[in-house]
Design a protein around this ligand. Structure first.
Ligand code: SME
Length: 155
């Protein structure tokens, strides 16, 4: 099963209408994403809880590490650069943090609030190599902008 980003946008609009609490929004988005696509083994948010630090937020899948500094991992790279990280082979990504040995590929997107501040990252892992492509970058970027109000891929 592959996610239909247009359909998911409509679902999320209905589920999150009027909601402003970020944790509630993250939990709802993770639940909807994780069960919509067979490629998604781990789906979750890491939140900026203090300068240069990400802490785990709502997620689905096996346990994830609790704290990631901006200097480490794929998540840290997304937070540090403001760029989407599309990783076809996690073993080829220097400094990749393996929360599960089964992970083969990963996509991480920075998440911005309506005020333009970085509020965290969305991390999706897959046990399939090269599982993600530009369609996922575009679709997830649009969903993040819709739900959190900010541009999720700053230049
Ligand atoms: N792989 C991520 C760490 C988070 S676990 O995958 C849930 C990284 O390298 O930042």
């Amino acid at each position: 099963m592959r996610i239909d980003y247009e359909d998911k946008a409509k679902t999320l609009a209905a589920l999150t209408a009027g909601e402003r609490d970020q944790i509630a929004l993250m939990a709802t988005m993770v639940c909807e994403l994780h069960h919509a696509d067979d490629r998604f083994d781990w789906t979750g948010f890491y939140r900026v809880t203090q300068p240069e630090i990400l802490r785990i937020g709502p997620y689905q899948g096996g346990h994830g590490c609790l704290v990631i500094p901006f200097s480490r991992g794929v998540c840290g790279a997304a937070a540090r650069t403001g760029q989407v990280q599309l990783v076809d082979d996690v073993n080829a990504f220097e400094g990749h943090i393996a929360c599960a040995s089964s992970t083969r590929s990963e996509i991480v997107l920075p998440v911005y609030g309506a005020d333009g501040a970085l509020i965290g990252v969305l991390d999706i892992d897959s046990d399939q190599p090269s599982a993600f492509d530009q369609r996922d970058v575009d679709g997830l970027t649009r969903l993040l902008q819709q739900v959190f109000g900010g541009s999720s891929d700053k230049a």
